[in-house]
Design a binder for this molecule. Structure first.
Ligand code: CP3
Length: 368
């Protein structure tokens, strides 16, 4: 029997040929699903994240209903911050709110790096539960927020449009900034190692908001830390995905961070992204999540455009360019999965590649 290592998703992560392009969606467990909304009527987001049985149940909801090629553990990028003494909540419709924001060098100095054993153990337990339930063909992805994106929440107190406070720490207090990044890097490495030990078969690093930085700032304030995370994960032998939005101008630099796959959003075509990344890396993406709300024919056209841009290359993983929106009709998600599988089926291309190879041999023979 073929094991999970032969799954489409893990094969694509290793840039091996697949029968069709694997597909999963960021935030695939969430409010667009009735099953999820029912759980949320009874429990808060944090209660779900901190109760392994609930987190496992919610992780599996989209897997049971949809023909997805990977599961992602249900948690949030802010979860491990609790063990660093950070107090936060999720307010309705506004996303995370951090109550003790970091604003001064002193705040940063006082931030504790948790002991490796003190991470969010509920996430590790949820991973173990999910792995027990998952079909052997479906791999489980673990994840963490990248130091920059997590730092931006810690400093701004929530989502930010301009990241003024974050950049002011970088510019006025560079030493404190680097100290903060070091602490978050240590915590992130421990957290991801713990997830892999618990059974995660790939990990994604979410650096959702790095697109707000110019290349020079990315290089000096962010890249060394992301790079050190991927370096420390490499010996674990699992594939790594590095995701950000608005990264068109940063792709060459993200490549240097060293993940196996780079996740890109819809603001850049996949051909251009691949050219910039230099080929020897996989790409995840990049349908606009808003297209999922549009008319069917337009949606289908956009799915096809993504696949055409990917040109059936090894190492393409179909996903959205950012998380699925709560307004998304679940039928559209089903349709997208089906279209991706139909349109990307490799029997034709494998055959035609074989046919091309045969005719190339023929042509060479004739020449002789
Ligand atoms: O992909 C999955 O199915 C796993 C679940 C997941 C959640 N958060 C649960 C969640 C993942 C991968 C995350 C990552 C996350 N969290 C990121 C990086 C990805 C991205 O979207 O950029 C960020 C920036 C956060 C912080 C965060 N948490 C925000 C900005 C919000 C509000 C967004 C919103 O849609 O309201 C959250 C809350 C949150 N985390 C929800 C979910 C499913 C909202 C649903 C709810 O309240 O029940």
């Amino acid at each position: 029997m073929k094991g999970v290592n032969d799954s489409r998703f893990l094969r694509a992560c290793r840039r091996e040929p697949v029968d069709c392009t694997p597909v999963w969606f960021m935030r695939q467990a969430g409010r667009y699903m009735e099953e999820y909304r029912r759980v949320r009527e009874r429990y808060s987001l944090l209660e779900i994240c901190r109760t392994p049985e609930l987190a496992a149940r919610v992780t599996l909801q989209p897997i049971r209903r949809l023909d997805l090629d990977a599961a992602i553990i249900f948690a949030d990028i802010l979860l491990p911050l609790q063990s660093m003494g950070i107090d936060f909540d999720f307010s309705k419709g506004e996303g995370p709110v951090i109550h003790n924001t970091l604003r001064t060098p002193n705040d940063i100095r006082n931030l504790e790096v948790p002991h490796p054993e003190e991470g969010p153990v509920s996430v590790f337990e949820a991973i173990r539960l999910v792995r027990r339930e998952l079909d052997s063909k479906i791999p489980l992805i673990g994840f963490a927020g990248a130091p920059f994106t997590v730092a931006s929440y810690l400093i701004e107190g929530g989502y930010s449009r301009r990241f003024v406070n974050t950049k002011m720490i970088m510019y006025y207090h560079p030493e404190s900034w680097h100290d903060l990044m070091k602490k978050l890097t240590t915590m992130t490495i421990q957290y991801l190692q713990g997830q892999v030990k618990a059974g995660a078969q790939a990990v994604q690093l979410f650096d959702s908001w790095i697109g707000c930085l110019c290349p020079a700032d990315y290089t000096s304030f962010v890249l060394p830390y992301s790079k050190s995370i991927f370096e420390r994960l490499r010996p674990l032998g699992i594939p790594t995905i590095h995701f950000g939005t608005g990264t068109a101008a940063l792709l060459e630099l993200m490549r240097r961070a060293g993940s196996d796959i780079v996740g890109v959003d819809w603001r850049i075509g996949l051909k251009e992204a691949w050219r910039r990344l230099g080929g020897k890396v996989g790409i995840q993406g990049n349908l606009d999540p808003v297209a999922m709300l549009g008319p069917r024919d337009k949606l289908k056209e956009k799915v096809e455009q993504v696949l055409e841009q990917a040109e059936g290359k090894v190492g393409h993983i179909f996903n959205l360019g950012h998380g699925i929106l709560p307004e998304t009709p679940v039928e559209n998600v089903e349709a997208v999965i089906e279209w991706v599988k139909q349109k990307s089926k490799r029997t034709h291309s494998v055959k035609s590649r074989a046919a091309k190879a045969v005719s190339a041999v023929g042509a060479r023979r004739k020449k002789r």
